[in-house]
Design a protein around this ligand. Structure first.
Ligand code: NAP
Length: 249
């Protein structure tokens, strides 16, 4: 359970982040729903409340350090503390081989998918240390462990998220802040809708998951909620795939 744990979820207007917000709230968390997209973020907060949970929306672009700081300040202003943060927001970026990958797109994907986790953890860990600890769950990917052709920046960023998670865990676990990463396989969300529209690509993706299908956002969120909870009290610095067996091949 996450009884009254004050929880930030970034990119919570859609997909995995929305499910993390819903499931953490179901477990009793007070959720500060955040997204760059105000409409979808507010919709998630309304969905949490309609299901009987406690949520507020606060807009933030995770690629901006000041927005990450403001988000943590909002958690403290509204709820008095910060216990849990799920750094989830991310983008797919362009699909191109490395030599064709644009410099602008590289900078954008690295900023939104990797630098954002650094920008987020700085104020999050500072706030958690002030109240005796907390738990951070960073959303990486199976592409934080292996490569995938045409995803140069995305794969580099997700490997970076795993490394950042390990460093943060080494530095802060003894002071009560557990930091872990989750590596979803391909999950049905708008992020991969373009891939899914091509039946050949979709069949290829399904066949890469030994379980025989793609994942659902809530199947990732269940793991996040567990890692965020005190039931995971001895778990820190780890990378957990939730991938239907993708990485077992
Ligand atoms: P999604 O459905 O596209 O949701 C991502 C959310 O983040 C959207 O609401 C998006 O808003 C928002 N966002 C985009 N840029 C942002 C920014 N700069 N600041 C704040 N919010 C921003 O994607 P998802 O599949 O749930 O992905 C969530 C996380 O899981 C990502 O880190 C992704 O890399 C990771 N992941 C996904 C899969 C998968 O197969 N789906 C697999 C492995 C890992 P807009 O819609 O307005 O852009």
């Amino acid at each position: 359970m996450l009884n009254d744990k004050v929880t930030i979820v970034t990119g919570a207007g859609s997909g995995i982040g929305r499910s993390v917000a819903m499931i953490c709230a179901r477990e009793g968390a007070k959720v500060l729903v955040s997204d760059i997209n105000v409409t979808s973020g507010e919709e998630t907060a309304a969905m949490v409340k309609a299901a009987g949970g406690d949520a507020l929306f606060f807009p933030a672009d995770v690629g901006k350090p000041a927005d990450n700081k403001a988000l943590v300040e909002e958690a403290i202003k509204q709820f008095g503390r910060l216990d849990v943060a799920c750094n989830n927001a991310g983008i797919a970026g362009m699909r191109a081989h490395l030599t064709d990958y644009s410099l602008d797109e590289w900078a954008k994907v690295i900023n939104v998918n990797l630098s954002s986790v650094f920008y987020g953890m700085q104020p999050q860990i500072t706030a958690m240390l002030a109240t005796g600890g907390g738990a951070i769950v960073n959303i990486a990917s199976i592409l934080g462990a292996v490569g995938f052709s045409t995803t140069t920046a995305y794969t580099a960023a997700k490997h970076g998220v795993v490394g950042l998670t390990q460093v943060a865990a080494l530095e802060y676990s003894a002071r009560g802040v557990r930091v872990n990463a989750v590596g979803p396989g391909f999950i049905h969300t708008p992020l991969i809708s373009e891939l899914e529209q091509n039946p050949t690509v979709e069949a290829m993706l399904v066949s890469a998951h030994p379980i025989g299908r793609l994942g659902k956002p809530e199947e990732v969120a269940e793991l996040v909620a567990w890692l965020a909870s005190d039931r995971a009290s001895f778990v820190s610095g780890a990378y957990y795939p939730v991938d239907g067996g993708y990485l077992a091949r």
